[in-house]
Design a protein around this ligand. Structure first.
Ligand code: NAP
Length: 286
């Protein structure tokens, strides 16, 4: 990430059938607004919208061909949904075999209408994974120009060294908000940094749950007020105050992007950072 860029990524999970049902033109407008603010990274996954959102993004890229060259595409693969044709037992599972990765990288490139994704990410940890086989497969995809960087998502801290010596991890995408902060308690955030991976924090607003009008929310509002922020901005600032961490935004509204950029311009001071954590999780640190 260039040092002047805001530490933000735009997430696509809610663009289509799993959220706002934007049209291709609306997605194109959202992407253009993000790029104009310096947010150049777009998070994607083959399963979003039950395998329809990548195609929606592809239609947006065709609608405005000036977008693709400016975007860094992060594409996640590896989850097999119950309705997938070859999933005979209809059980949600993970498959990180080169055969599955090859098929889903292929459908990702086709749906997006692009020749390459900038970073390919394994969406979930599969305890059956063969790190050497994955490293060999990624090397082949790099050679043919279909993939540049490699990352993982939702891996336990202890699994990150599996790729040590074979494959550099550019990023680790994990759930991280003031309320869902297990990654800090359990050391996943620290382990990602130690592995040299950028942390990408998904659901920074708890999927919107942290915006409810309840007691917890009102105490967050009090802290936000001291910084001239609203609650959502305070929560984004809380995540972006962590080192080596970018925030994966879930909004589908262009007008919220500028607010997010303002939110992450400065880190919170230590006492305010801990006050937010305490208010959100309901107990002080020891
Ligand atoms: N790696 C993984 O396993 C994984 C899992 C989940 C998500 N992700 C990625 O992370 C991204 C973000 O996740 P998320 O969507 O759960 O993030 P989030 O930012 O926690 O939640 C987004 C939701 O909050 C709403 N929201 C945002 N700002 C608001 C505000 N100021 N006031 C009221 N509502 C507001 C949004 O509505 P509006 O659209 O109306 O703003 C949207 O419904 C996803 O798009 C996806 O790319 C990755």
């Amino acid at each position: 990430m260039p040092s002047s860029a805001p530490p933000l990524i735009l997430g696509s999970m809610r663009f289509g059938d799993w959220g706002a049902r934007l049209s291709p033109a609306e997605v194109a407008r959202l992407l253009a607004a993000a790029l104009d603010l310096g947010i150049d990274t777009l998070d994607l996954a083959d399963i979003y919208g039950v395998h329809t959102t990548n195609a929606l993004v592809g239609a947006a890229l065709r609608h405005d061909p000036s977008l693709r060259p400016r975007l860094h595409l992060l594409a996640k693969v590896g989850i097999v949904m119950p309705g997938s044709p070859d999933n005979t037992r209809h059980v949600q599972h993970y498959d990180l075999s080169p055969t599955h990765l090859g098929a889903t990288l292929g459908s990702t490139l086709r749906d997006l209408g692009v020749a390459r994704v900038d970073t390919l990410m394994l969406h979930r940890y599969d305890p059956r994974l063969d790190a050497d086989a994955i490293a060999g497969w990624v090397a082949m995809q790099r050679e043919r120009g279909a993939v540049r960087g490699f990352g993982v998502s939702n891996f336990p801290a202890a699994a990150l060294p599996l790729f040590r010596g074979t494959l550099a991890l550019s990023a680790h995408q994990i759930e991280l908000s003031a309320a869902a902060s297990q990654a800090l308690d359990e050391g996943t955030h620290a382990a990602s940094r130690a592995a040299g991976a950028e942390v990408q924090a998904w659901s920074p607003l708890g999927g919107g749950a942290l915006l409810a009008d309840d007691e917890r929310g009102r105490s967050l509002d009090g802290i936000a007020h001291d910084f001239g922020l609203d609650r959502a901005a305070l929560l984004l600032r809380w995540v972006a105050s962590l080192p080596a961490t970018r925030v994966v935004l879930g909004t589908t509204r262009p007008e919220r992007l500028a607010e997010a950029v303002r939110a992450v311009e400065h880190p919170l001071p230590a006492d305010a950072w801990y006050a937010v954590w305490q208010a959100a999780r309901g107990r002080p640190v020891p």
